[in-house]
Ligand binder design. Structure first.
Ligand code: SF4
Ligand code: SF4
Length: 261
């Protein structure tokens, strides 16, 4: 079952940030130049998260397309930084999940007899779409297992990979409970969602958020009460994926069905 966040529990979490690793000095400062080349980007002044409103996602796949283009993700249909899954729930309780080409081209209607193989004699109760990506976990197992420190959590809460240090051992790929990482066949280094770090450090939205026609994806600063993300986090019933793994994801879902895994 997804973990449920009550409003009070979440707000208590906000008061705890920055995370303990920062306070303990376990993560070093990362300084980047802002877009205008003037002000330095200071990660200690930010703390990011993403909200996903499952009830708004129409499975159009625009987010997946935008991510592939923006981040030069390999074309092959098994490399994704973000993808969309469709859940088909039957009246007898069975659940079927599909994600053709990561949902990049949208989804064929369930009434299409050629795809997916809706089980004969079964009646569909409901269908819904769940966008997925790296959860930028506050307690990331991928970081814990990296033998060379190539994958790390920045002070702004974003989990990143330093290609120059990555030795392609795949430990992080195996450790991630969400299947969010892949080995880039071109560089033989670990690759995954960065929340479009090159964009957000310039004050831009991640590409997937920018293009979503229904605002199913919401991105922003956890600590800024004026942002749509903060409002969503304060006003909604929130859940995260695989809460039993104790990874403390920072991708929060609304209207997440109990069938989602
Ligand atoms: Fe690491 Fe996976 Fe969590 Fe992303 S979702 S921070 S890759 S464990
Ligand atoms: Fe869902 Fe928005 Fe992605 Fe379309 S762009 S699949 S609506 S999250």
């Amino acid at each position: 079952m997804p973990k449920t966040y009550e409003r009070r529990e979440f707000l208590a979490g906000l008061l705890n940030f920055p995370p303990a690793t920062m306070l303990l000095g376990l993560v070093g400062p990362v300084k980047l130049l802002a877009a205008d080349g003037g002000d330095e980007y200071d990660p200690t002044e930010h703390y990011y998260a993403m909200g996903i409103r499952v009830e708004e996602c129409i499975g159009c796949g625009k987010c997946v397309q935008a991510c592939k283009l923006e981040n030069d993700v390999p074309d092959e249909p098994f490399y994704f930084r973000t993808w969309v899954e469709r859940y088909i729930v039957y009246t007898d309780g069975d659940v079927q999940v599909d994600s053709p080409n990561g949902g990049m081209d949208g989804f064929p209607p369930v009434a299409d007899e050629t795809f997916p193989p809706v089980a004969a004699g079964k009646e569909i109760l409901r269908t819904f779409f769940v966008p997925k990506l790296c959860n930028h976990c506050d307690n990331p197992p991928c970081v814990q297992v990296c033998p060379v420190g190539a994958t790390f959590k920045s002070q702004d809460g974003v989990v990143l990979v330093d290609e120059d240090y990555c030795i392609g051992c795949r430990y992080c790929i195996q450790a991630c409970p969400y299947g969010a990482r892949f080995l880039d066949p071109r560089t033989h280094t670990a690759n995954k969602c960065t929340f479009c770090y090159h964009r957000i450090t310039k004050g831009l939205l991640p590409a997937c958020v920018e293009v979503c026609p229904t605002q199913a994806r919401v991105f922003g600063e956890i600590g800024d009460r004026s942002t749509p993300l903060n409002r969503m986090l304060r006003m909604s019933h929130l859940e995260v994926l695989k809460p039993h793994m104790n990874t403390d994801p920072k991708v929060y879902y609304t209207a997440l069905d109990g069938e989602v895994r």
